[in-house]
Ligand binder design. Structure first.
Ligand code: NAG
Ligand code: NAG
Length: 389
């Protein structure tokens, strides 16, 4: 009964919202509060139906190993004032990562935005006549002052989304308009790997549909979050051969717009910003063995999490950012301990966040960066030990 009512409400709201597909600019509408409420009901309903057995797994803090108890006091992100020191003239900053020289690398959309006219009902990009973005979309910044050190990626992309720099400085990007993900070797203009078909959305394993994000393991395995329409993750070997689809039909996991990825290799988990389910869920990554393949995902879901847009790993912890969800939920950063399935800290810059979209941690653990799509900007945070009581 409850389900039926929720579904009917939901259909009406989706119809009222135009194409009814999630995009980033659909906030601040008059019907937003209502829409959010319906989504919340829907996700509660779904949560009860599908996730209850997983959440009932005993994972009390007192059974946690000693080193996760220490994680009760994680380092706190503190916004670096006056960083970047110069105006960068950015479009929507959809992606951020950090290269091997510990420099932040950002992916932005220049003048292009994602709104309700960008795609039609069948997920086809409607603005290909504009051509690719002419400006450089990938900028490498100086970590100290935020000055632009390098520019790349003009005349290649239509609607940038995720960016990941791996430890060999290969650039992995997704373009939601092209429905593709790419691997570029440093400086090269031709991708060495291409996933999905150009401007051709699809749901078989040769196609992607508005892919959001890529994670690359030290073993070379590749995870692509696909994305806004298919709500799945594809796992490939280093050569681009498909290994697995997450969730597999037997897996007790249902994703709803997987929007960001973070690997924690030490515990063999792939943490997913499961955006419209308003949670972070960490299924087995399956990097080193198939042992534990059947173990349920670690799932972090709390009433105040909101729609989780980005995740980044630091040690065994995950730093995440949510985005506007409802008037009652602050837009903020969350520090998460996946092993105890708990949120252990909340944080935000004094000025507050607008629309955080992606987050990255510096490989040496000293800083993290948050990219926003309105106001368009990039934040640097230093990670400082918590104040003693
Ligand atoms: C980490 O990298 C940043 C950026 O290059 C640097 O300023 C900082 O000193 C490094 N910290 C450590 C602990 O190595
Ligand atoms: C969406 O656009 C594509 C190409 O622009 C077109 O082939 C397709 O028929 C359109 N779908 C609908 C439902 O209009």
């Amino acid at each position: 009964m409850v389900t039926a009512v929720v579904v009917v409400l939901c259909l009406c709201v989706f119809a009222a919202a135009g194409h009814g597909q999630p995009y980033e600019g659909d906030l601040g509408r008059a019907d937003k509060a209502f829409y959010d409420e319906v989504r919340q009901l829907l996700s509660l309903d779904r949560g009860l139906a599908q996730d209850a057995p997983i959440r009932e797994q005993p994972r009390a803090a007192d059974t946690a190993p000693a080193d996760t108890a220490a994680a009760d006091k994680p380092d706190v992100p503190k916004a670096v004032k006056n960083w970047p020191q110069e105006a960068l003239n950015l479009g929507q900053v959809s992606g951020v990562s950090v290269n091997s020289a510990l420099q932040p690398v950002i992916f932005h959309r220049a003048e292009r935005v994602w709104d309700e006219y960008t795609f039609n009902e069948t997920h086809h990009y409607q603005q290909s006549h504009l051509g690719p973005i002419r400006e450089h979309t990938v900028l490498t910044l100086d970590p100290q002052r935020g000055k632009v050190l390098g520019k790349w990626g003009a005349d290649l992309f239509y609607l940038p989304h995720g960016l990941t720099v791996d430890r060999h400085d290969n650039l992995w990007v997704t373009d939601v308009a092209l429905h593709q993900a790419f691997k570029f070797k440093p400086g090269e203009l031709q991708p060495t790997l291409t996933f999905g078909h150009r401007f051709d959305p699809g749901s078989d394993t040769k196609h992607l549909c508005k892919p959001t994000s890529v994670a690359v393991a030290t073993t070379g395995e590749i995870f692509i979050a696909d994305g806004y329409c298919n709500s799945r993750i594809l796992k490939f070997n280093a050569a681009g051969g498909l290994l697995r689809v997450i969730p597999s039909p037997s897996e007790f996991l249902s994703l709803q717009v997987p929007h960001g990825l973070a690997l924690i290799e030490s515990i063999d988990r792939l943490c997913v910003a499961d955006r419209e389910n308003r949670r972070v869920t960490c299924p087995r990554a399956g990097l080193y063995s198939i042992q534990g393949k059947k173990e349920p995902a670690l799932t972090i879901q709390q009433p105040d999490m909101g729609r989780v847009f980005g995740v980044a790993a630091r040690g065994n912890l995950v730093y995440a950012v949510n985005g506007p969800t409802s008037a009652l939920l602050p837009v903020q950063g969350l520090t998460i301990d996946p092993q105890t399935e708990s949120v252990i800290d909340h944080w935000a810059p004094e000025e507050g966040f607008g629309n955080p979209h992606a987050i990255a941690v510096c490989p040496n653990g000293s800083a993290l960066y948050v990219a926003e799509i309105g106001p368009n900007r990039i934040w640097k945070f230093e990670l400082v030990p918590p104040k003693k009581k």
